[in-house]
Design a protein around this ligand. Structure first.
Ligand SMILES: NC(=O)c1ccc[n+]([C@@H]2O[C@H](COP(=O)([O-])OP(=O)(O)OC[C@H]3O[C@@H](n4cnc5c(N)ncnc54)[C@H](O)[C@@H]3O)[C@@H](O)[C@H]2O)c1
Ligand SMILES: [Zn+2]
Ligand SMILES: [Zn+2]
Length: 376
């Protein structure tokens, strides 16, 4: 079938993207779902820094690639053997499918699935499947899948393991954001940092993921919650939302601000250094950022030993998405997790290049692309 999607043509085009147009919104051919796959009509898709990192070359992926992973929509067709989700169900996409068979999948979400990660790196769906095609300059060509989803599109076919039913009462834009920002930021706090009553939590980097981590920390019965970002506008928002204190990285360093549990959500090696230095004795530094593979941080190993500290890397919120996304949906229903605050604007698919500029400038939390049912 023909779909409309946002295809990254070339990595590393210069800013502003509004002018260089690295992403083209175009018609692409999508194959029907095979065994274990489902067809989903996309209703909403959030723009995450991990999409931008493909555009700017921080994370090199094969192109042309149809971007997007933080998407949600309605199941339209089931591939052979899929019987645990129904046509008409609203699902949130998650950006790493679990095979449920590899040794890592037996680790309760702490480790990324091995075949799932390999498929994501190759730009294919699990099982080496490429379902996107277009007419290129030299004839028909494949379009790669982004993180098993390619959700900046009117429709997707994904492995069943990439979709989590959220309940049709959850609005599509909320459902989309649950799949990446909330799963990652929430899980970094709940699964990886795991603060107890009396502990303090600091979040370094207040984009979509960091703000989701902040909202999650604020929902807990713990001690001080501290927000850190280089941008004053982000700090103002964090204070409004209930953070006990908010600082720039410079202020953290100058004033020696510390917390027992510090979560780095910026994706920059300097932010990791800030997070590491701000972690107290016996504390935990959790890092979720995905800087360029060549980026290096400087830390003092002695402090890790002498202060009995822990550094934890957290991918996908150290989560089992099928278990955790419904929990976040419940917290949202109960009014404990105001996920709607993460949506800083709602845009159209053809505004994608401008939206990448906004994100690169730190001006957005989550910009969510809304898809019209008539257009689909
Ligand atoms: N681990 C995972 O599973 C996972 C999932 C999603 C996203 N990510 C990664 O998490 C990171 C954050 O994603 P996002 O979409 O929230 O990004 P974003 O661009 O929306 O937010 C990043 C924030 O960090 C701030 N920042 C930048 N440098 C800083 C510094 N030195 N000190 C303090 N703050 C700083 C920026 O001002 C911005 O507010 C990215 O690297 C992204 O690729 C990881
Ligand atoms: Zn993401
Ligand atoms: Zn696995």
């Amino acid at each position: 079938m023909r779909i409309t999607g946002a295809v990254l043509e070339e990595i590393g085009r210069p800013r502003p993207y509004a002018q260089s147009q690295p992403i083209a919104v175009q018609e692409v051919e999508l194959d029907p779902p095979g065994p274990g796959e489902i067809l989903v009509r996309i209703e909403a898709a959030g723009i995450c820094h991990s999409d931008l990192s493909v555009v700017d070359g921080n994370r090199v992926r094969p192109v042309p690639m149809l971007l997007g992973h933080e998407s949600a929509g309605i199941v339209e067709q089931l591939g052979e053997g899929v019987d645990d989700v129904a046509v008409g169900d609203r699902v949130a996409m998650c950006f790493l499918p679990r095979c449920e068979q590899c040794p890592n999948c037996r680790q309760d979400g702490r480790l990324p699935c091995t075949p799932g990660s390999a498929a994501n790196n190759a730009g294919v769906l699990m099982g080496d499947r490429i379902l996107l095609h277009r007419d290129g300059p030299d004839g028909p060509e494949q379009v790669k899948h982004h993180l098993g989803v390619s959700g900046f599109a009117t429709r997707v076919v994904v492995n069943r393991a990439s979709a989590v039913p959220v309940g049709n009462d959850v609005p599509p834009d909320i459902a989309a954001v649950l799949g990446c920002a909330v799963l990652t930021g929430g899980g970094a706090v709940l699964n990886a940092a795991d603060p107890q009553p009396g502990d303090s939590v600091m979040i370094v980097g207040l984009g979509g993921v960091g703000m989701a981590a902040l909202l999650t920390a604020l929902s807990l019965d713990i001690g001080e919650v501290i927000a850190v970002d280089a941008l004053e506008s982000k700090l103002d928002l964090a204070r409004q939302w209930g953070a006990d204190a908010a600082y720039t990285p410079q202020q953290v360093a100058e004033q020696g601000v510390k917390a027992t549990h510090v979560v780095e959500c910026a994706g920059h090696p300097r932010a990791f250094e800030t997070a590491f230095k701000a972690t107290g004795v016996g504390g935990r530094t959790v890092t979720i950022g995905l800087p360029a593979p060549t980026a290096l941080s400087e830390i003092s190993p002695l402090t890790v030993t002498a202060e009995a500290r822990t550094i934890i890397g957290s991918y996908l919120g150290s989560a089992v998405p099928a278990r955790d996304i419904p929990r976040y949906a419940d917290l949202w229903r109960e009014g404990k997790l105001p996920v709607e605050r993460l949506i800083s604007s709602r845009i159209r698919l053809d505004q994608i290049n401008e939206a990448m500029d906004q994100l690169a400038d730190g001006l957005a939390i989550r910009q969510v692309i809304m898809f019209d049912e008539e257009e689909a």
